[in-house]
Write a protein that binds this ligand. Structure first.
Ligand SMILES: [Zn+2]
Length: 161
């Protein structure tokens, strides 16, 4: 598994996971590597590798100068270096929210009723979304019902494709 730090033409930074360097080159060549934030196919590898290489090289005996790169990428793959960038995290979060919204049944104003009915086993459990007031959402939470507040649902729905 090869984890690459990538950056699109709009300066969004994200991680790309590939089977190998060749796999990346192949997908990149066919235009399959796009920015998760804006869909820009003009992605390029970030220049963070040399910095990692320098750090790794310092920790290694001077007798093995050729191993800096290999050791650095192994280190990177182990996840010991800083995690995904903020931009990548935001993109993942937005995508996850869109998936929740897309897969959930819209019960509209019956949200609280449906949530309680599911909680009490009166109806089959499923993902639902709908509208409720902050006060009712608080009551549901106190009754032990998991409620996930979503930021402006209409905006998420509009961007659903
Ligand atoms: Zn982008």
């Amino acid at each position: 598994m090869k984890v690459l730090d990538l950056q699109c033409g709009q300066q969004h930074v994200f991680e790309g996971w590939f089977a190998s360097e060749d796999d990346f080159s192949d997908q990149f060549g066919r235009g399959l590597v796009t920015c998760p934030v804006c869909g820009d196919p003009q992605v390029q590898k970030m220049l963070s590798a040399p910095r990692l290489n320098l750090r790794a090289a310092r920790q290694e005996p001077a007798a093995t100068p050729g191993h800096g790169r290999a050791s650095a990428s192994k280190h990177r793959g182990g996840g010991a270096v800083a995690g995904p960038s903020v931009a990548a995290f935001q993109a993942q979060l937005l995508q996850a929210m869109r998936q929740v919204v897309a897969s959930a049944e819209d019960v509209g104003d019956r949200f609280a009723d449906q949530a309680r009915a599911m909680h009490q086993g009166e109806v089959e459990s499923r993902n639902i979304r709908g509208r409720t007031t902050p006060e009712v959402a608080m009551e549901l939470a106190e009754e032990g019902i998991d409620v996930l507040p979503l930021p402006d649902l209409s905006v998420l729905k509009e961007t659903l494709q």
